[in-house]
Design a protein. Sequence first.
Length: 359
Amino acid sequence: MNYLDFYKLNEEPFSSAPDIKFYYNSAQHSKALVRLMYAVDSMKGLALLIGDIGTGKTTLARRMLDSLPEEEYESALLVIIHSGITADWLLKKIAMQLGIADPSDNKITLLSQLYERLNELYEQHKKAVVLIDEAQMLKTKEMMEEFRGLLNLEAPDRKLITFVFFGLPDIEENLLLDSPLAQRVALKYRLESFNYESTEAYVKHRLGLAGNKEEIFATDAIEKIHHYSKGIPRMINIISSNALFEGFLVKAKVIDSKIIDSVVSDLGITSEQAGIKKTLESPDTTEDEFIIEPVQQAVMQEPVMQESARPKAKIPVQPPVAARKDPDIQKPAEMKAKPKKQEDLDEIDSILDKLEKGN
């Protein structure tokens, strides 16, 4: 007998393995998703979701990708797992995920390919959306300038591409590396940790989906879980999973606060170390940190980034290209439309700012 049999559970309720069935859509998660969906539906250009470690940004990114209808969107999710990637490399990956089967190694040609593909999607009444998780890893001015250049590609009535950045609060500082890009953030939302009521509902939700029909965690146990986890979903999962195992070892049908204290002590977790400092009155959130994998996900077998996207024509997966030293060209001359003159105004503003600071 294992603890699943002991507690009459069909499966592990607090596993870190990706499983969409355990998705918990509480109040703040729902609010965040509604706002981000609005941003991509109206093609706002750039939206930002920030949150501290373990608050569920990845979960929301996966859920959002899964919520974008294929007949309306050409969408992709890129997960940045290393800060060493180059702007040229990222540009090529974006092109591949938007359906460009053979992205050029030449930057000017690649930008032309991207522009033609975005126009093609526009004529098909489809919206190009790229979600970028762990966006705080984008740490260079060159990277920020590249995104600004892509956001200058527009149709008469809307932008041709929208990006949604998911990341730690550091991403806001990174955006300031290119102040004109920071000014283009059309929507921003912040995830907080769970309050007590959401922690309780989250624990019961996952237990219920795992087949639980009887009380397993006493009220004082859930209170302790919330206290030590600070309402951070990742920590809730870790503490709850260990508590189930510990309860099984001591043959406790109902897990109480003493078992939680024991587990937390073994894990070396203290109130201060658990994460975000929140009280029982902290804002309601909805994020659980388990990763929801879309049904179709392409994962790059490369050391610096993972990719997820909807099914497309077969796209060859190519190794990263070396950083090129081409000029920082935002849009090739042969493109049919030119960026708005706002780009020039932005550059003038930037120069004036530098002159003012110099004075």
